[in-house]
Ligand binder design. Sequence first.
Ligand SMILES: C[S@@+](CC[C@H](N)C(=O)[O-])C[C@H]1O[C@@H](n2cnc3c(N)ncnc32)[C@H](O)[C@@H]1O
Length: 378
Amino acid sequence: MGWIERIIEDRGGEVSFAEFMELALYDPDHGYYSGSEPRYGRRGDFLTAPTASLWYARVLAGFLTRLAGGTGPVTFVDLAAGDGSLLAGVSEALGERGADVLIRRVAVERSPAMRGRLARRLQGTADVVTDLWEAKQPSGPVVVHASELYDALPVERVIAGNDELNELWVAVVDGSLGWKQRPARENVAGYFSEHRVKLDPGQVAEACLSAQDVHGRHLQWAGDDALVLILDYGYEARRLYDARGRGQGSLACFHRHQLSRDPLESPGEQDITAHVNWDDIRMVAREGGWHEIGLWPLAEFLIRAGLAEVAEAFDLGMEAPMNARTIRERQEIKRLLDPEGMGSDLKMLIQGRGRLAALSSQLRCMQNSEENATKRGR
Ligand SMILES: C[S@@+](CC[C@H](N)C(=O)[O-])C[C@H]1O[C@@H](n2cnc3c(N)ncnc32)[C@H](O)[C@@H]1O
């Protein structure tokens, strides 16, 4: 019997899917995210935007510079900071301007091994904490960023019958993992009613019951002069639970860049994710008086946030010569813009309050280098 089967046996032989996912990803000894090496990145099982290309951090650094120009230096928080690629990349891109742009950097990471790695990589330039509320609340403007945090939160899994909703639990049968159906608990059924979702018979779906609480705590910490940038895979409830698009749910597992739909295979050895229901994130923000600045595919966000200007600053503008460096850098940018991949599948949701919300509304005006060149009279 494997490690997870033994734990499930100890808990009575069956656990809800969220409990199983919590163990498979975060068990301190065997969980996928508990190992000493990061599981994502170029040599890992899958790429995230910050690990795919330095250009993600470069564009964010440019965007932060513009915001700080309006408010003074901001506190910058990276939630689920992982291996520190984003914070290290932002610091590198800011260079000597760093102190004018960022007054404080905070890395929030649940995995102790990754916190150790963050502390070593960031060398005292950032507070490294397990939970955002361990960090001192900011008295000035704050930008909170999260890449692929919310799709890594454990979810419950359900299957609809003709008139009833059942949960899919994970049970140990004859020493092996299998599925077991149980009538949906009130909070699980309530999640779908809250979102006015009626699943078709036979449809499988996931529900992240913690997303609203987790996001609410982050917003509360951030205060009233803040911007929150959430980069993740997700849909609004209407599309997420549309049987024609995702009749078998959105759960996906990754190992060595291979996609699998079987979360019970090799627990602890593969990533398990489920798409974010953007309406969860929006509901909490609306209740807290936050404004939505936009929800854009990653490629569109990068262009709105000033990719063209940053590329020009790196001598990669339209007139840049074709040489090994410019070709390499353009390939790095293309990774993030790929319309068949990250560029369209990952979405950036931005919510704001106070001065930072006002300053960020400029993102709503599409800018491109041609318009800017015209503005500069070229
Ligand atoms: C898919 S990785 C993303 C890492 C990084 N943000 C990136 O995009 O490269 C997910 C990370 O979230 C961390 N994590 C999961 N739940 C968390 C939580 N509640 N608070 C902080 N970190 C969390 C995991 O330990 C893991 O390092």
